[in-house]
Write a protein that binds this ligand. Structure first.
Ligand code: G3P
Length: 220
């Protein structure tokens, strides 16, 4: 399972990359806005900075919602760097644009996915990645992980090449559950990724090992 970090924060991206387990980055307009980047050119420059930190796919989202607008923005984003993946919302013109991009060899990430029906459409259009938002589904008292499992099963049956990129991950358990049901990729905030490191028995065990070593070293 590939690990992407879901942020536009450069120091968090650097920290995750330094761990040596990072495969890519996803952003969205809300995450970009959080970084307080002002101006269209500054936003484009920010994507290039992210690409210079991580050698892997970097999702950059279009703002347009009409076919021509999505194509224009997406082509400009794709020209920024070879690792840019154009993130396109799950709407009618978005599906048309994903089909267009797939014929031009431009990688896409179909975002704001909340049902298996949407997932089938995106795969048929040739999306490179599909982003079901599991945390937002859980927030509605439905089961986000169940949706990931359903989509992975459908994609397996038909041999669709689209990778299921579980998004809107809120905690380390979400990541483990995604692994159990066969998500191809997870994208998560740094806190959920580093949360995987934590176990009290590891801390207790390490403290004991270090104390025992110190005692043994001092007794010589
Ligand atoms: O990748 C999509 C993600 O950023 C949405 O997360 O926590 O806003 O639902 P969240």
């Amino acid at each position: 399972m590939k690990f992407f970090i879901d942020t536009a924060n450069l120091s968090q991206i650097q920290e995750a990359n330094d761990l040596g387990i990072l495969d890519g980055v996803t952003t969205n307009p809300s995450l970009m806005a959080k970084e307080d980047i002002s101006g269209e050119q500054a936003i484009l420059d920010h994507y290039v900075k992210i690409c210079s930190i991580v050698d892997g796919p970097v999702s950059a989202e279009v703002i347009a919602t009409d076919f021509e607008g999505i194509i224009k923005e997406g082509e400009a984003l794709a020209k920024l760097h070879k690792n840019i993946v154009v993130k396109v919302p799950m709407i009618k013109d978005g599906i048309k644009a994903i089909k267009y991009f797939s014929t031009k060899g431009i990688k896409t990430n179909c975002t704001l996915v909340f049902s298996a029906g949407q997932a089938i459409l995106a795969a048929k259009a040739g999306a490179t990645y599909l982003s079901p938002f599991i945390g937002r589904i859980d927030d509605m008292n439905w089961d986000g992980i169940e949706l990931i499992e359903q989509i992975v099963d459908i994609y397996d049956i038909y041999g669709y090449q689209t990778e299921v990129l579980a998004a809107s991950i809120r905690n380390p358990l979400h990541i483990v559950k995604c692994a159990e049901v066969g998500a191809h990729v997870i994208t998560a905030p740094l806190s959920a990724i580093t949360g995987l490191l934590k176990h009290p028995l590891t801390d207790i065990g390490l403290a004991q090992f270090l104390a025992d070593h110190k005692k043994a070293a001092e007794s010589k």
